[in-house]
Design a protein around this ligand. Structure first.
Ligand SMILES: [Zn+2]
Length: 906
């Protein structure tokens, strides 16, 4: 091993594994997979690390998987010198691929590749292919996406293979046909004659035909062809196709396959580097290849029987489920008969033929169910087995869940299978099913689930720290697509979302994303548009910000009808990949529906919109105070869960509140102080702003949904900026004498920091917009403080009506008893006592408009003009005088003297 690489790797291993050195070996390292002190490797050449708990774990890693950054910058680590202009290529092939350079000397050159589109360059390792070349980028190849290995443009290599220089195929007993050049070279190190098809869908027909002719001309036996393509879906399906074609053309042909376990595909080069190309390994790969290309269910079953699978077992053939059973009596009789009839046959051949006669193979399902993984919902204690069911012809495989009960018995299994896919019929017994499940469920991977869409921080001991969106996830600055089995592989974490109700359509194509809408947003909504965008952007980090700062503010978007609120919010949703959606009306939703809406997203906005105001005011089903706890990320309300136990599931609030309505929120000071308030009117509207708003409405979601991807990929940077900048922004706000509320300062400080972070990630937001948005935030903080100082408009209106009516209270000369007050029932001149039903009645009599009682009741307690003391039963002076008057006038009308009143200080 290169001494510098050895030093770098050893330093990392010391840090991560706590090995103990024993002779030439490092032992007792902490296993990242099973947590045992069971990992070992060679001290001088620590290329491969293995867990010694073979039955329980048995994981192994090539050191380049553990520390990819040490195997990434070959030109930097090995600059070209006068004596060796190919130093980087040499090091890459030696240390990165495990090749013996003596063996491949002169086969390749080191070249340079520059990509104009990406404006990036890298050294390459180049191999001549078909009068052109193929080359592999070796310096941080991930930067080049799927161009990391490529051919010279315009190359024609179809139907031919790449032969290692100097190799004579006509003298070989076997020729292995593999996908990559590195695969072929790897096998050559183990005396396997191998050629590269270059891609998995190249049938190499011309080369094969030429080889046949060359053998015939030389009078040599034709070699056996061994198709040894990769173990992925494409490689397996082409292997079957090409083996059949070669068989039809008269070749001796078979296949070899590396059985794939776990998530990352392993190829021949990987096996070479892991020391897994010994004779016994190759035998195993041939066995798996033979299974893949077996021509009949019977042949396949016999292969499996001979491999030690027992005398009865289930197996797959042609996407159907079969049962093999050996009849031992019949077998012995057949063997005797064959040996008698043909005494010259070898023992092996007798056994083979007897086997074919004495076994029974029966189809037990018209499809093939394959358990993929176990998924569990911790909170509700529910679990499922996730299966893929494939079919011989026609329909695509179906993926769905089975409960434990549904795989425990043949009858239930049959029913569930039929329900999952039409025509999927299981005809086996429970015993056969047990045998199938025993094979499939042992060491079945576990996939964690979340029941929401968005950011999952996970548990403290077991963090996720990943964004789980519809078909992509973002983790540590990178995005990952959903795999074929419908979950995300994020490092060691396997995770999926069970939420079906929030659909996000995020376009991951970088070329489609544009930012010219920033200009339209600014034209249509000015600095307020940028502030709204910054808040929306911040929502994508609400969980982390709450973790860091304990709270995340609410945003209230208020404005006149047609001021563009819906346009704005629907556009902001489009940036996150959500189409034609604004929010939901909490006052029209049941408590259960509200809880669902609050719980189904994380680090995404929960937008509360108002429907028809006048209708709802009377219903008053929703109390803004329900939201208070959402500010700190706690549950808004307990939610009952359907499970067998009595526990109540209280999901924490993981989203962020956005309120959109025509009138400002009516709520207690506690709620009001949590809100950043944006008011939109039509005053500034012009043909220009309308055009800009229309442009936002028309903007295709495919061209803007990259926003959420870019934002979440910049997670670390954004959080750093917010952490660094928010305190300074808060000091700016605290410097304004008119702002006193700490909460107002904190909310708007966070918002200002988010404006700066937003512009950092999206430079289309220019410094002028940033300044305007910052000024807007300061103005909003001042306004918010003013609204906290003042009584709510409904309360102001209430006292205005009170004072107006008090003016009427002056008793006229014609009324000897007189009325001291129209509304105030109090006998104590220091108090004001008002009965709200009475207030409503008086207003109705005089045709005075006022806020509806339910709304009024919610805010009246916050009154500042007259301090609220409580709701009390009062001895009413108004009703007492009324009764007096009735006595005088001889009327028999009486009113109760005890009245329930809202009592205030004068
Ligand atoms: Zn282990």
């Amino acid at each position: 091993m290169d001494s510098r690489l050895h030093a770098d790797i050893t330093a990392r291993l010391d840090r991560d594994f706590a090995f103990k050195e024993k002779g030439d070996w490092l032992r007792g390292g902490r296993c990242p997979s099973c947590d045992g002190k069971s990992v070992w490797t060679h001290a001088e050449a620590p290329w491969v690390l293995r867990c010694e708990k073979l039955n329980k774990c048995g994981q192994e890693w090539h050191v380049k998987e553990l520390y990819p950054d040490l195997f990434n910058k070959w030109s930097e680590r090995h600059p070209a010198t006068d004596t060796n202009p190919h130093a980087a290529a040499d090091a890459y092939l030696r240390d990165g691929r495990g090749f013996d350079l003596e063996r491949i000397k002169g086969w390749y050159t080191q070249e340079h590749y520059f990509d104009r589109e990406l404006n990036l360059g890298s050294a390459t390792v180049r191999f001549p292919v078909a009068n052109a070349y193929w080359e592999r980028i070796i310096d941080e190849p991930h930067r080049f996406g799927d161009k990391k290995a490529h051919f010279k443009k315009g190359i024609h290599y179809g139907h031919t293979w790449w032969v290692p220089p100097g190799l004579d195929l006509t003298t070989a007993k076997e020729v292995w046909i593999v996908e990559g050049i590195f695969d072929a070279i790897a096998l050559l190190h183990h005396d396997v004659v191998a050629v590269s098809a270059l891609t998995c869908n190249n049938d190499c027909a011309h080369s094969i035909e030429a080889l046949g002719q060359a053998c015939d001309a030389a009078g040599a036996d034709r070699p056996t062809l061994v198709w040894a393509l990769d173990g992925d879906k494409a490689g397996r399906s082409y292997t079957r196709k090409y083996v059949k074609a070669c068989r039809d053309a008269g070749w001796d042909v078979t296949a070899a396959q590396i059985p794939q376990q776990g998530r990352s595909k392993l190829d021949w080069n990987d096996m070479h580097q892991r020391g897994r190309l010994e004779a016994k390994n190759l035998t195993d790969y041939r066995y798996h290849g033979a299974l893949l290309v077996a021509e009949s269910a019977g042949t396949k079953a016999v292969l499996m029987y001979q491999h030690g699978n027992g005398s009865s077992f289930p197996f797959e053939f042609d996407s159907r489920l079969w049962w093999f059973k050996l009849d031992l009596d019949k077998y012995h009789k057949a063997a005797e008969a064959i040996a008698d009839a043909e005494p010259d046959l070898k023992k092996d051949e007798v056994r083979e033929r007897a086997l074919l006669e004495a076994h029974a193979v029966t189809e037990i399902a018209t499809c093939y169910p394959q358990a993929l993984y176990y998924q569990r919902q911790e909170i509700t204690d529910e679990s499922w087995y996730y299966f893929r069911v494939s079919f011989p012809h026609g329909p695509q495989p179906v993926k769905n869940t089975f409960t434990a009960a549904q795989i425990a018995g043949a009858a239930e299994f049959k029913k569930r299978l039929l329900a999952m896919a039409s025509g999927a019929i299981y005809t086996g017994s429970t015993g056969m099913l047990d045998a199938l499940m025993k094979r499939q469920l042992s060491r079945l991977p576990v996939v964690e689930t979340v029941d929401f869409i968005g950011y999952s921080k996970g548990e403290k001991a077991h963090p996720h720290r990943a964004y789980i969106f519809g078909d992509i996830a973002v983790h540590a600055g990178r995005w990952v697509a959903l795999n074929d089995e419908d979950y995300f592989e994020l490092g060691k974490l396997s995770i999926k979302s069970l939420n079906q109700s929030v659909g996000l359509h995020i376009n991951t194509k970088a070329a489609d994303f544009r930012t010219d809408w920033v200009r339209d947003l600014y034209t249509a909504f000015g600095a307020k548009g940028i502030v709204a965008l910054a808040f929306w952007f911040g929502v994508l980090f609400a969980e982390q910000i709450r973790e860091q700062d304990k709270s995340f503010p609410f945003l209230e978007v208020v404005g006149e009808p047609n001021a563009g609120k819906t346009t704005l919010i629907e556009f902001l949703w489009k940036l996150c990949g959500r189409m034609d959606y604004e929010g939901f009306d909490p006052s029209k939703s049941t408590l259960a529906a509200r809880s669902r809406n609050f719980a189904q997203v994380s680090n995404l906005p929960v937008v509360l919109i108002e429907g028809d105001r006048t209708d709802d005011m009377k219903k008053g089903g929703f109390d803004w105070d329900e939201l208070k706890t959402a500010y700190n990320g706690r549950a808004s309300r307990a939610r009952g869960v359907k499970n067998s136990g009595n526990e109540t599931y209280e999901p924490p609030f993981r989203g962020a509140i956005v309120i959109s309505q025509n009138a400002p929120v009516v709520a207690s000071e506690a709620v009001m102080s949590r809100i950043c308030h944006l008011y939109f009117d039509r005053a500034g509207q012009s043909p220009d702003t309308r055009r800009a708003a229309e442009a936002l409405e028309r903007m295709p979601i495919e061209e803007v949904s990259g926003f959420i991807l870019r934002a979440t990929q910049a997670e670390a940077r954004v959080l750093q900026l917010v952490r660094d900048l928010a305190p300074g922004m808060e000091r700016v706000l605290a410097g304004r004498p008119e702002i006193r509320s700490q909460r107002v300062i904190k909310n708007h400080g966070q918002l200002m920091a988010l404006v700066t972070a937003l512009a950092d990630v999206f430079p289309a937001i220019n410094p002028q917009m940033v300044d305007a948005a910052h000024d807007q935030c300061i103005a909003m903080a001042i306004e918010r403080q003013e609204s906290l100082n003042a009584d709510h408009v409904f309360v102001q209106e209430f006292w205005e009506i009170f004072e107006y009516l008090e003016g009427e209270a002056d008793p006229g000369p014609e009324d000897p008893i007189g009325v001291p007050s129209v509304l105030n029932h109090s006998r104590d001149p220091q108090l004001i006592a008002i009965s709200l039903p009475h207030f409503e009645q008086v207003c109705a009599d005089r045709k005075l408009r006022h806020a509806p009682l339910p709304e009024l009741k919610r805010v009246l307690g916050t009154s500042r003009r007259h301090k609220f003391l409580g709701v009390r039963t009062v001895n009413s002076i108004i009703n007492a005088r009324f009764n007096d008057r009735s006595v005088i006038t001889g009327s028999d009308q009486r009113r109760p003297v005890s009245v329930k009143c809202w009592v205030f200080q004068v």
